[in-house]
Design a protein around this ligand. Structure first.
Ligand SMILES: Nc1ncnc2c1ncn2[C@@H]1O[C@H](COP(=O)(O)OP(=O)(O)OP(=O)(O)O)[C@@H](O)[C@H]1O
Ligand SMILES: [Mg+2]
Length: 240
């Protein structure tokens, strides 16, 4: 049985992963700050909207306005999609202040409850609007001040919950520069169906953004590292 592939929205990346992500998989976009993870996620959303698939974007670091601005860089106006309920952009802080019925309430003290609110909101939206694609940018939002073992536990619970939704999902993991692992909790990278590593490299006196496929379930991947830059239209690969 051949797998249905869901495009990453980045043609060159699709070629590196047999045409796209296996449908319904959870993929980790991992890398240090400023390496293009958010822009890569927006390509995934743009592609989904073009194909008429409903998308949900959970943002922690960036405001909704900033995300919309980034989208304009890719030449897409998300306002129309939001009005038509084809796309929803949630900020983690807003969700944390909503009770399970979406009413405004106090911020729960326990990170478990904040995580449950997040997954409940995603599930509600997905069921209502038949969501197909999900981005969580980034993972640590609801557990930022928790110790590592607590983060690992919370993220593995969230992972199972998101997996049960069946949407094709990108989770973004911020890495301090030079970290050997692919996520801060050390567990998400094991649970993820695929890992794309974003980075930065200096070569011939200038810096390049880099992209590498570390793993992809049911897919033959190569070890090549690809170089890219970001301009109008988004990610642009550089011939190497
Ligand atoms: N209009 C633009 N033209 C050229 N490059 C841009 C433009 N907008 C953003 N960039 C580049 O994109 C980078 C940011 O990309 P992005 O926000 O996707 O990174 P990120 O990996 O998500 O970062 P963080 O971990 O901080 O969220 C900037 O550092 C900048 O180099
Ligand atoms: Mg980002």
């Amino acid at each position: 049985m051949s797998l249905n592939r869901v495009s990453s929205g980045i043609k060159e990346l699709d070629k590196m992963i047999g045409g796209g992500f296996p449908e319904g998989d959870i993929i980790l976009y991992s890398g240090p700050p400023g390496t293009g993870k958010t822009i890569a996620c927006l390509h995934f959303i743009v592609d989904g909207l073009k194909k008429g698939e409903n998308c949900i974007y959970i943002s922690s670091e960036e405001t909704r306005g900033k995300i919309l601005e980034h989208a304009k860089l890719l030449g897409l106006d998300f306002d129309g999609a939001i009005k038509k309920r084809k796309l929803e952009i949630f900020q983690v802080e807003d969700i944390a202040f909503q009770d399970p019925l979406g009413r405004r309430s106090k911020l729960p003290r326990e990170p478990e409850q904040r995580m449950e609110r997040l997954t409940a909101t995603i599930r509600r939206w997905m069921e209502k609007y038949n969501g197909k694609r999900l981005v969580v940018d980034s993972l640590m939002a609801y557990a930022i001040n928790e110790p590592l073992n607590q983060k690992a536990l919370l993220n593995s619970e969230m992972f199972r919950e998101l997996d049960s939704l069946g949407m094709t999902t990108i989770l973004v993991s911020e890495l301090p520069a030079g970290t050997p692992a692919y996520s801060q909790d050390g567990i998400t990278e094991i649970m993820a169906d695929g890992i794309i590593l974003f980075g930065h490299e200096i070569k011939g006196g200038r810096g390049y953004k880099t992209l590498e496929v570390v793993k992809m379930r049911d897919t033959k991947v190569t070890d090549e590292i690809r170089y890219f830059d970001i301009a109008t239209g988004g990610i642009r690969f550089i011939k190497s």
